[in-house]
Design a protein around this ligand. Structure first.
Ligand code: SAH
Length: 454
């Protein structure tokens, strides 16, 4: 019987988007945290929902043969790297299979999937981290929360961010010790320092963002001095004031303390100015591969009018604009659209137009307005494209659609709708944007099936 409290021994057959193990318990699919695909585990059912159950791991009886070990404590990387104990090749393999299976299961499509593009060195790739500060046995510690808790696992080396980040955090810890500064405590809601935000560009220059509960913190002067003298490479320092409990890491108010106001970074040869609160893709080197592939698929030329739907800060639009007649970007977040306009300006790109609106409203309007859009880029959030966007595409039938997706399930669903409406899939390219996470990114080239169109 599958009921709360019953125990099972099963092999983990799949992983969820959060990196939890997927097992079967009788007829029920159960998600269990803390195990990897291929592990044989004992677990107990703790919750039963409509379509699935939640299990608690009791023990790993036979670890997967694909497990690897490292010289550092992988648990200290917290929830951001749930697959880290799995051999990187096995991670890539699982991601590739996920794309293949979702197309088969959801869309009934047996497609040729290109080999996934992984990283040569899948570590120290994150250009932005936000690390909580806390206390452990009387010592100031920095590290991530143990999954589902408020407990910080002390971390001295973060193998997901550049080494400069480790040095910055070490300076912050010793400064807090010297100054007897209390980290913020989520239980008692006391203490002054909450998080350290670190953004590092490809030149190994860092912006440090110290998130504090209070506005006035005179001790920050000595931290600025210490960071400048002890960690070459720190080019910008901000204080962020976040008196709120929970919610977002960064509060609304920033105070510039030292150096450059913006960090400069490049994707391909496009220049970006990054403010402490800017959105910027986390894995800079993989994102250029992603966009290069998108552009190869799109083949933008001087006669093309392109619409980049879900355009964010305009990165793909700007990539394409250099080859195209005109590129429209549609994005619902106004601040991102302002960023996109500024990014066009600093790169001297004049043939883009960014629209701040919901794609399901703005895209049909744009088509009705009559500028003949013949190529489209789709890069929606996890829930995929709004049906109205797909309907507009099927009515208007642009020749080429390049679909960039972070969720193979909704990608398969939307692709099926396009195929039923007279399109063909020409290529599917997965790219690993987040090694050690269960995220799967994929680009699909979809073309109008000429034979079915007059
Ligand atoms: N193409 C961008 C960002 C893609 S992320 C890049 O490569 O960086 C998806 C984007 O879709 C986010 O910026 C999000 O704000 C935006 N978005 C979400 N729902 C939307 C909607 N209904 N209409 C337009 N944009 C939307």
């Amino acid at each position: 019987m599958t009921e709360i409290g019953s125990k099972f021994i099963e092999e983990v057959i799949d992983l969820t988007h959060d990196g939890d193990g997927v097992v079967r318990a009788g007829d029920l699919t159960v998600f269990v945290a803390g195990c990897l695909i291929g592990d044989k585990i004992e677990f107990e059912i703790v919750e039963i929902k409509k379509n699935y159950g939640i299990g608690r791991l009791l023990s790993i009886l036979e670890p997967s043969s694909k497990r690897v070990s490292y010289a550092f404590d992988t648990k200290s990387l917290g929830g951001g790297a749930p697959l880290i104990d799995l051999d990187y090749k096995a991670q890539l393999n699982w991601k590739w299979e996920k794309v293949k299976k979702d197309f088969e299961r959801i869309a009934g499509l047996k497609l040729e999937i290109r080999p996934i593009i992984g990283m040569g060195y899948p570590f120290r790739y994150r250009n932005h981290t936000q690390v909580p500060v806390g206390i452990n046995n009387g010592e100031v510690v920095t590290g991530y929360y143990k999954k589902g808790t408020n407990i910080i696992v002390p971390m001295t080396e973060d193998y997901l961010q550049p080494e400069l980040g480790d040095r910055i955090l070490s300076v912050v810890r010793s400064w807090m010790g010297d100054q007897s500064l209390e980290p913020y405590d989520r239980f008692s809601k006391t203490g002054k320092i909450k998080h350290i935000g670190i953004r590092i560009n490809q030149n190994n220059e860092a912006m440090v963002i110290i998130v504090t509960t209070f506005d006035k913190l005179p001790e920050l002067h000595s931290l600025v001095h210490k960071l400048i003298t002890e960690t070459p490479g720190v080019v910008s320092i901000y204080q962020n004031i976040n008196p709120d409990d929970g919610g977002t890491t960064y509060g609304r108010q920033y105070r510039h303390l030292f150096g450059q106001e913006k960090l400069i970074d490049y994707i391909g040869d496009l220049r970006f100015e990054i403010s402490p609160n800017s959105f910027f893709q986390v894995n800079t080197s993989q994102v250029s591969i992603l966009y290069d592939t998108a552009i190869k698929f799109l083949e933008p030329g001087s006669l093309d009018t392109i619409c980049d739907i879900y355009s964010g800060i305009g990165t793909i639009s700007l990539y394409a604009a250099r080859f195209a007649r005109k590129v429209y970007g549609i994005e619902s977040i106004r601040a991102a659209v302002e960023n996109a306009k500024n990014n066009a300006k600093i790169n001297g790109i004049q043939n883009t137009e960014f629209i701040a609106d919901r794609a399901e409203l703005a895209f049909p309007d744009l088509l009705r307005a009559g500028d003949a859009i013949n190529k489209v880029i789709l890069d929606p959030p996890r829930k995929g494209c709004d049906k109205k966007v797909i309907d507009a595409l099927l009515l208007h039938k642009p020749e080429t659609i390049v679909y960039v997706s972070c969720n193979p399930s909704t990608l398969a669903r939307d692709t099926k709708l396009l195929i039923d409406g007279g399109y063909e899939v020409k290529a599917v390219q997965p790219v690993d944007m987040f090694p050690h996470s269960a995220h799967v990114e994929c680009i699909v080239l979809i073309k109008r099936a000429e034979s079915r169109v007059k």
